[in-house]
Design a protein around this ligand. Structure first.
Ligand SMILES: [Zn+2]
Length: 80
């Protein structure tokens, strides 16, 4: 099972992010490809605002890293 960061709160998203047009992390327009980033949670009053959001493909630079992985080790792998 791959680790996935919890998307930002649905209420903090821009309209474009909420609509799935922009990346939920870096707000880039997703014209060249996107993948699901999970489900943003949130509510306004009685209304459930949770929605599936999207991120850059293959890897968004603003995407949060795994909290338990040390960046020094993860980034020193080199190219195969
Ligand atoms: Zn992005």
């Amino acid at each position: 099972m791959k680790w996935q960061p919890q998307p930002p709160a649905a209420t903090s998203l821009t309209r474009a992010q909420y609509s799935g047009w922009n990346c939920c992390w870096c707000n880039a327009r997703l014209t060249n490809g996107a993948r699901s980033a999970g489900r943003a949670q949130g509510s306004i009053g009685a209304h459930d605002m949770s929605v599936e959001v999207y991120e850059c493909r293959p890897q968004c630079t603003q995407r949060p890293r795994h909290p338990r992985r040390t960046p020094e080790k993860a980034d020193q792998g080199g190219t195969p």
